[in-house]
Design a protein around this ligand. Structure first.
Ligand code: KIV
Length: 326
């Protein structure tokens, strides 16, 4: 089985190469062995995704999600991929980074999401140190996401250095999504949350990483925090779909942390975030109104209380208001 090759990409100053697409497997490969053109063919078609008035109906729409009700809502809204991200650490658990997020935490949140039985593809993020120590442990841990938590694929961070591990997981029939560029689990090695791929050498390394991930058999590749032109170049280079987060408009799909999109994250969001709602203010306003009603005695009303049978009401009215001694 081969992955269609992209045209050779040549950029002055950047070492030209193209990926081999050595082994294609995973949800983007259709039953007849040909490559699906978009995630609509990975699972059922989301409502409206083939609307001819839409410029790029095959663009992959991905979001992070960490809990059951949100999974249901995002799925109903037509998201293609639900990523149970280890960003749960920052955005839900109040941690400073993703590094303290454990396998147990990720299994717990992944299971909550898959219990919504979403139509979207559920990808579980493998946390720090759950796959770094070697292929055997990586396969065992990835298998837990599939077997215990109901995920359909896993995501791992890193390129060339993770290729052997990705290959081992793919060999165990576990679909793998790659993730290169700004990889938050490497924050200490990278010296902070910085945009990656800003000089020729860094771009070369990103190209090597992208090819290594594809050649290892990953079915898609997240590109995080890289210049738009580099996102575009990698998208032309690899045969698997790229999913950008701060990687410009030319990727095959986009992903955001859902709490950023909803306006639920604290602090100022990264440049690549677009807020589509201010749910934090919606929630604050709802709580202010609830508090005012409780303090005014306006909540609960009769409609929100259980009725008392009339005879019981009479006896209760005559009750001394203390427990009777028998
Ligand atoms: O954990 C996460 O939210 C992610 C996305 C940023 C891709 O890995």
């Amino acid at each position: 089985m081969s992955t269609p090759r992209k045209d050779k990409v040549t950029i002055p100053g950047i070492r030209a190469r193209k990926c081999l697409g050595a082994r294609a497997s995973g949800p983007h490969v259709k039953d007849d062995g040909t490559r699906a053109s978009g995630p609509q063919q990975w699972k059922e078609t989301p409502a409206g995704s083939h609307d001819s008035s839409v410029a790029n109906p095959d663009r992959i729409v991905a979001l992070t999600v960490y809990d059951h009700p949100s999974a249901r809502i995002l799925d109903e809204a037509g998201v293609d991929i639900l990523l149970v991200g280890d960003s749960v650490g920052n955005v839900v658990l109040g941690l400073e980074s993703t590094l303290p997020v454990t396998l147990q935490v990720m299994l717990h949140h992944t299971a909550a999401v898959t219990r919504a039985h979403p139509r979207a593809l559920v990808v579980a993020d493998m946390p720090f140190l759950s796959y770094h120590t070697g292929p055997a442990e990586a396969v065992r841990n990835a298998g837990r996401f599939i077997q215990e938590a109901g995920a359909e694929a896993v995501k791992v961070e890193g390129g060339v250095r993770r290729a052997e591990i990705i290959r081992a997981m793919v060999d165990a029939d576990i679909p793998v999504m790659g993730h290169i560029g700004l990889t938050p689990q490497s924050v200490n090695a990278l010296g902070g949350y910085r945009v990656q791929g800003r000089d020729d050498d860094a771009v070369d390394r990103l190209l090597e990483d992208a090819c290594a991930v594809e050649e290892a058999g990953a079915f898609s590749l997240v590109l995080e925090a890289i210049p738009a032109a580099v996102g575009s170049l990698i998208t032309r280079l690899v045969g698997i779909p790229t999913i950008g987060i701060g990687a410009g408009p030319d990727c095959d799909g986009q992903i955001l942390v859902s709490h950023d999109l909803f306006g639920l994250s604290a602090g100022s969001p990264p440049r690549f975030v677009r807020r589509y709602a201010d749910l934090a203010e919606t929630m604050r306003e709802a709580v202010r109104r609830y508090a005012a009603d409780v303090r005014a005695g306006a909540f609960p009303s009769e409609r929100e209380s259980y009725a008392t049978p009339p005879e019981l009401a009479q006896r209760l009215a005559a009750h001394p208001g203390r427990i009777r001694q028998s």
